[in-house]
Design a binder for this molecule. Structure first.
Ligand SMILES: Nc1nc2c(c(=O)[nH]1)N[C@H]1C(S)=C(S)[C@@H](COP(=O)(O)OP(=O)(O)OC[C@H]3O[C@@H](n4cnc5c(N)ncnc54)[C@H](O)[C@@H]3O)O[C@H]1N2
Ligand code: MOO
Length: 395
């Protein structure tokens, strides 16, 4: 077995490997772009607003009052200029302001008799001027920005119909372990596969297109290699496997990777739980694909997902390496010697402090199901109440 790699540096290594293999950009209609990643800066086609735009309902006026009002300007039309002092038009919020306008008088500040209007307009301008929000071509959001509903709305207001984005990575999910049942209660030495139903759900939350898992795959080297080949031929950018990361009698992942000509990006990480996790790169079909080997112990598999798969996906989609938020511990959390300890915590909604949860054995999911994420206790350290530590959130 190779020496385990430091947890933080393993994250940097997989991000860099994903970055080098970034998925080629595509143009995607706005309505389909949520969750993808900008591959070009977002910039407006015109000034924003594109024309002087009334902010209130009232009267657009020229010169001194009282003003003779002739006609109406509604949003969506091009008005004639105000040609003479002492004249005006009724104007609606959102309408283009006529050339020659010197003030807009709000309807609630106006007195009207017949076609004459009088009142005192506010001293501040009651319309938006072109370029007030942005100028044509001005970069508003950089490459690597995750597309959110807010970004989609901004893009539409900028006059864009599509966005240049990195597409969603495609994942396949392979479950190893002859002891696994896909339905019914555990019994007679057999247990339920808890990762086949849950890891694809996490992946989808991470913006990945994930097929239904292939489960369980027979505990033979031939079946492992065949399943990995089928996933590569199916076009997967990322293949997540569970189990078989160690070197027990039926752990075939390492020999299967060797047979495929895969190169380790990271092979075992100095973290508890989860240390036999790995990421390997496989050249296939003219580009690099990745295999993420998640350990079989269920909590360890999720640790591997948040530790390695999330930074790998960030790299693949052209996003920066994830920056971890910090939380303050409300109780002590022990360290794990030379290893990083990822300790499941919940974050109290009232005092905002992170406290360890119970039932956190690496074979258990009970603690994980109610936890916000993993507090990171670095090698050689111990978490004391009041310490601000990094938090890896569970997706
Ligand atoms: N001699 C040693 N043995 C083990 C060590 C060690 O250091 N020396 N480390 C343990 C650790 S830590 C982990 S984690 C596991 C990792 O093992 P594998 O990735 O090879 O996983 P398996 O042996 O296939 O399974 C381990 C465990 O998890 C259960 N399992 C597997 N898949 C699923 C699934 N989809 N759903 C639910 N449970 C699953 C499986 O039945 C085993 O109980 O190795 C330790 N051993
Ligand atoms: O590292 Mo194992 O993943 O402790 O259960």
């Amino acid at each position: 077995m190779s020496a385990p790699e430091d947890w933080a540096s393993a994250r940097r290594t997989v991000h860099a490997a994903g970055w080098r293999a970034q998925l080629p950009p595509v143009a995607v209609p706005l309505a389909d772009a949520d969750g993808l990643t900008l591959a070009a800066p977002l910039a407006p086609v015109t000034d924003l607003p594109a024309f002087p735009t009334a902010s209130v309902d009232g009267f657009a006026l020229r010169g001194r009052g009282p003003w003779r009002v002739h006609g109406q300007v509604l949003a969506g039309s091009v008005p004639a200029p105000l040609a003479a002092d002492g004249t005006g038009v009724e104007i609606a919020t959102g309408a283009m302001v006529p050339e020659g306008t010197e003030a807009i008088l709000r309807v609630e500040h106006a007195t009207r008799s017949g076609d004459l209007v009088d009142g005192t307009p506010k001293s501040e301008r009651e319309w938006r001027v072109p370029g007030e929000e942005a100028h044509a071509g001005e970069p508003l959001l950089p490459v690597g920005t995750p597309v959110t509903p807010g970004v989609i709305g901004l893009a539409a207001s900028c006059g864009l119909d599509a966005l240049q984005v990195r597409p969603a990575p495609r994942a396949a999910m392979l479950i190893f372990g002859d002891e696994l049942l896909t339905a019914g209660p555990p019994a007679d030495g057999r247990i339920r596969d808890s990762l086949g139903p849950s890891i694809p759900a996490y992946l989808r939350r991470l913006g990945v297109t994930c097929e239904n898992p292939v489960a369980p795959i027979q505990d033979t080297l031939g079946a492992h290699v065949a399943a990995l080949r089928a996933a590569l031929d199916g076009g997967a950018d990322l293949i997540c496997t569970t189990g078989g990361t160690m070197h027990g009698p039926v752990d075939h992942l390492h020999p299967a990777l060797a047979e495929l000509g895969a190169q380790y990006v990271v092979n075992t990480v100095a973290v508890r739980p989860g240390f036999p996790m790995l990421v390997a790169a496989v050249p296939h079909g003219g580009r690099t694909r990745f295999v993420a080997g998640l350990p079989g112990n269920p909590q360890s598999a999720v640790v591997a997902l948040v530790s390695l798969v999330i930074p790998l996906l960030a790299g693949l989609t052209g996003r920066p390496e994830p920056v971890l938020p910090r939380v303050t511990l409300g109780e002590p959390v022990p360290g794990r010697g030379d290893f990083t300890h990822l300790a499941l915590v919940r974050v109290d909604p009232v005092d905002g402090l992170a406290r360890p949860v119970s039932h956190v054995g690496s074979a258990m999911l009970r603690g994980l199901a109610g936890a916000r994420g993993f507090a990171v206790i670095p090698p050689g350290a111990t978490g004391r109440a009041g310490d601000a530590v990094e938090l890896v959130e569970v997706p």
